[in-house]
Structure formats: C-alpha cells, structure tokens
Design a protein around this ligand. Structure first.
Ligand code: COI
Length: 360
C-alpha cells in the first residue's frame, strides 16, 4: 500500500484518536476523521511536500487569495464498506479528472490524477474504521484546492494547498431517499453560460445561498435553477442534477457550460440506457415539465448527486403554485436506480462499467 507512494505518513497517536460518532446520527459533513492528505504547490517546486497527516487547522494570512477572490475548487466522492468488509471507491478518477478541469478554468495548477488516486486509497485504508457499516451511510471524501498567497491584487495565486478530508455521512437530505420538495427560482439564477457553472468552485455555492434560504423558509428542501437568460429552461438543483421521466423517456438538461457534469448524472444515464430506457440530454422548459405533469405524462422526477445519491422530487413550487409530482411518492425508476447504484457501490452487484476502485 505505502511502498511506491512518495507521500510522507505522520500518524495520530492511538490515544489521541477521536471517538467515532453514533452511526445512527451521522448527519452530513459534521464529523471528520483523524487524518487528512495535504500537499503544496508553488511555482518553483510544483506539487511537493505530499503527506498524510493528522487532521489539522491551517494558519493562513488574512490576505490569502482564497478569502478575497474565491480561488477555491473542490470535489465530492465516497468510499463504501462492501461485501466481505471490502472498501470501495466509486469513480475516483472521474472526480479528479473533473477537478483538473475545474483547476484549468480557475487558473489553478493541474493536479496529478494518478498520484491522487493512490494517495486517496492509502488515506482511506488508514481510516478504514471510519467507513460506516450502516445501509445508506458512507465515507464522504472532500478533495479541495485553495490559493494561499497573501496579496490583494486580483490575479491567480502562485501558491496553493491541495487537501483531502474525510467525513462519515448518512443521507444528505433530512428526507433520506424519500421525496423532496423543490422551489423553482424564477428570479435568482445560479450560473450563466460562459461563467463558471460547470466548474465545482466555492463561489457557485455561495451564490446559491440567498435563494436557498428563501426556499427553506417557505418549507422547501432545495432550489431548482432555471437558465440565466430567459429564466425558462431547467438547469440543475445546485447540490444535484435533475431528471424528468416523461412518456417513459428520461430527460436531463444538456451540459452546455452552466451545469455541473455530475458523476452520478453520468452513471444514471449509462445505467438507464443499459436497461433500454430512452434518455435524452436536451433542453426542457419549466412550462413543458409542468404541462406534462398536469397532463399526467410526468411520471417522476429525481435529482442525482454524490451527496444526494438519487433524490426523488415530490413537489415543485413555481410562481406561487404547488405542483405535486407522482402523488408525492418515490417513482419506480428512482427507486430502481437508487437500489442498483447502492448495490454496485457496495460491491453487491456486478460492476459492468468498471466504476469501482478497491482499497487495500
Ligand atoms: C456532492 O454531491 O458531493 C456535492 O458536492 C454537493 C454538495 C454537498 C455541495
């Protein structure tokens, strides 16, 4: 495991290890494991000083670029405890490849994908006791890169931290895998074509908070964003991509620059196509979705994401009107996809697309 890693290892002393959280009350992203991965980049040395070390605070200059101009990108992926106690990562290379694309768009250094997959395996192996046993629980993995130079002029950083932290998690939404209620934003927008909507950068999430709070106060779990020009075409939910099943066809908005290309989105498209279901990645206006619902042709809707997994939508709220979908129940395809994905991720089912990477 460690021989050819070129990553220093600084272990936490046994007596300093944290106690594990109650597996029935994990929540999402509130507990962190004993160790993390950290490496640094500067113009002179490139990536260097890679280590697995105790989970720790950073000391950063208050002028650090990340605090002012938001040069920050991240990823979200998971490790699962599978059959025979096997630890499994789901599509880690795809996450790091997406992060590499994010880095290019945000003028940050390219990342060493192979080395990171290896380092992540070593980190998860070291933290194996933190990977939850419970059904629906997993170890959430958060790779992050930030610019740390203390300089107030607006230009790309010349020094960066790249780190990976781990958090044992349960369901992202309080609803678990039960249907969520979603507020369609007809005023505020998440991203515009030509901007950074397709990139997993911190600012996209900051920009979503104001509308998300409005939605929460109105009793909705999440926001469905529409396109920034016409406020008409469905984009994504911010924490997940969105799918509609209309007349037995699965429709999801295309990746045209303002939507994040979700790994779960891609997995769902591949699984559904493999089952002979017609899938189209095409623009769909919110009016078309609601008309299909009114005519009884919208069979179900669901979000897809690493954190959200498959998250059925039971209601859409748009311009003051509630639109209940599939009688507020989990759709048949949402349930099938959820079950299939979970079975693959935990190694209980054949992995036809070679998505799993074994740890250890
Ligand atoms: C994920 O699904 O991993 C995400 O990054 C969404 C959210 C938790 C920010």
């Amino acid at each position: 495991m460690w021989e050819d890693l070129e990553v220093a290892l600084e272990k936490v002393a046994d007596q300093a290890r944290k106690s594990k959280p109650d597996p029935d009350r994990l929540g999402f992203g509130v507990h962190f494991t004993d160790h993390m991965f950290l490496m640094k980049w500067d113009q002179e040395n490139g990536w260097h000083d890679a280590r697995i070390c105790p989970y720790q605070n950073f000391t950063l200059d208050p002028a650090a670029i990340v605090f002012h101009y938001g040069q920050a990108i991240f990823e979200g992926l998971k490790a699962y405890r599978g059959k025979d106690e096997q630890l499994l990562l789901f599509r880690p290379r795809d996450n790091f490849a997406r992060m590499d694309r994010s880095a290019q768009r945000m003028c940050m250094p390219r990342i060493p994908i192979d080395k990171l997959v290896k380092s992540l395996k070593a980190l998860v192996y070291l933290e194996k006791e933190w990977v939850p046993q419970r059904e629906g629980a997993s170890l959430y993995i958060r790779p992050t890169m930030i610019a740390i130079d203390p300089v107030l002029g607006v230009s790309p950083g010349k020094s960066y931290y790249f780190y990976i932290i781990l958090s044992p998690v349960g369901a992202y939404y309080a609803e678990g895998c039960n249907p969520t209620k979603i507020y369609v934003s007809d005023e505020y927008v998440r991203a515009v074509k030509g901007g950074v909507g397709a990139v997993k950068t911190a600012g996209n999430y900051a920009a979503s908070l104001y509308m998300s709070e409005i939605a929460k106060k109105a009793g909705y779990t999440q926001v469905l964003w529409l396109d920034a020009c016409e406020h008409r075409y469905v984009e994504e939910v911010g924490t997940s991509n969105i799918f509609f099943r209309i007349d037995d066809r699965l429709i999801t908005p295309p990746l045209e620059g303002s939507i994040l290309g979700g790994i779960t989105r891609d997995s769902v498209i591949k699984l559904a196509k493999g089952w002979g279901i017609a899938v189209s990645e095409s623009r769909i206006a919110i009016d078309e979705v609601l008309a299909a619902n009114a005519e009884g042709r919208l069979q179900e809707a669901f979000g897809t994401g690493t954190a959200a997994v498959i998250s059925p939508v039971g209601e859409l709220f748009y311009k003051g009107t509630r639109h209940v979908i599939n009688q507020g129940r989990t759709g048949e395809l949402s349930a099938r996809l959820f079950k299939e994905l979970q079975a693959i991720q935990h190694g209980y089912q054949e992995d036809p697309f070679n998505w799993l990477v074994r740890v250890g």
